[in-house]
Design a protein around this ligand. Structure first.
Ligand code: SF4
Length: 365
């Protein structure tokens, strides 16, 4: 596909001459669909397990980042029954690095529910899908339409961009969401709802991009109001976001002489729930690193520099202290030692991997 991006207005004579139609989009999709590992080939039936797994992984994550995880999960757990029978800790470990860890816990809970309540087969109704752990309106609609051919409007960020541009929708997100869904419901092709959903996603990902959309290559060029006015990049309109305060905290890396690292498991509920971490303080905007309580009595050295990480709702900055202790030191209550050789396979979130890397490098002050 050649890149021929332009924000030029269409010639006046063509403006608003026709309405967008699903058949134009589907004809484009039949020629230009993305080949994705979880996507059925033309003429094949989509596997609900693959659709579900990919949709959960793709929530908040890019197609590129998901690819290797999808392959790993399929190799480890080729169907929902095997996944349900696996310990949740193994699932968390395999998920580590993909972020938003509540998705991994819900993934496992959902697999168990599919086995316990639906005989190991994903239910073919929006309502029953929506009742499963970790499946919201979007994911239920995506599975229903792609795997079961149910005509449900599927609206992700890509689709929001396409539809608000097509219709010149000035209402900011998220208030515009119901109107966008209604517009997608009107537009979709009930004979090919799964292809329509994937086509709108592909259009948003490859042609109707946030910056400099390639309108000349778009199947809906000539039917798009934003293009007609040369205002593509103004949509979707977003409500102004409040700047979030940075939070601060301390992390303590304790290494024993026999090559072990002191860790604990975060509570199941909340941010990074159920993941492994090195001990540390709470995180807050007014945190004072001098007041942080080390987990164990030892000679801690505060390392130069800090570790920063940006969560969806706030940026975080951690100071890191390290202590080296003798072999056989008893771990404090609620903590445990893991061999340093097993750090790679442990369910550490990305933040903790940064902390450990920081402490294992130099930078002592
Ligand atoms: S829908 Fe098509 S014509 Fe409209 S802005 Fe997006 S790429 Fe351009």
């Amino acid at each position: 596909m050649t890149d021929n991006r332009t924000l030029a207005r269409r010639p006046a004579g063509r403006q608003g001459t026709r309405a967008p139609h699903a058949r134009d989009l589907l004809a484009w999709y039949d020629r230009h669909r993305r080949a994705l590992p979880w996507r059925a080939l033309p003429g094949e039936h989509a596997d609900p397990y693959r659709v579900w797994l990919s949709e959960i992984m793709l929530q908040q994550t890019t197609v590129k980042a998901v690819g290797p995880y999808f392959a790993k999960f399929l190799a480890l757990w080729p169907d929902v029954g095997v996944l349900a029978a696996s310990p949740v800790e193994e699932v968390m470990k395999a998920w580590a690095g993909l972020g938003y860890y509540s998705r991994a816990r819900n993934l496992h809970a959902c697999a168990k529910a599919v086995v316990a309540d639906h005989g190991g087969l994903f239910p073919a109704s929006l309502e029953d899908l929506r009742a499963l752990p970790g499946i919201g309106d979007y994911t239920a609609a995506a599975i229903a339409s792609i795997a079961f051919g149910i005509a449900a409007p599927v609206v992700d960020g890509n689709v929001e961009r396409v539809v608000t541009r097509l219709n010149l929708m000035e209402t900011p997100l998220p208030a515009a969401k119901p109107a966008i869904r209604a517009r997608v419901a009107e537009l979709l092709d009930s004979a090919r709802p799964g292809d329509f959903a994937q086509a709108t996603m592909d259009l948003g990902a490859t042609i109707c991009t946030p910056k400099r959309p390639a309108c000349a290559l778009c199947p809906w060029t000539g039917a798009c109001r934003a293009e007609a006015e040369g205002r593509q990049e103004e949509f979707p309109v977003k409500a102004a976001r409040k700047a979030r305060d940075t939070r601060y905290g301390a992390a303590f890396v304790v290494v024993s002489a026999d090559g072990k690292l002191l860790v604990r498991t975060r509570p199941d509920k909340g941010l990074l729930g159920g993941m492994t971490e090195v001990p540390g303080s709470d995180w807050s905007a007014g945190f004072d690193p001098e007041g942080a309580e080390p987990p164990i009595e030892a000679r801690f050295r505060r390392l130069a520099g800090t570790v920063t990480h940006v969560f969806t709702h706030f940026p975080l900055e951690l100071t890191v202290s390290r202590a080296d202790v003798r072999a056989g030191t008893r771990p404090p209550a609620g903590m445990r030692w893991i061999p340093l050789s097993e750090v790679a396979g442990e369910a550490f979130p990305t933040l903790m991997r940064k902390v450990i890397a920081h402490a294992m490098g130099d930078g002592d002050r």
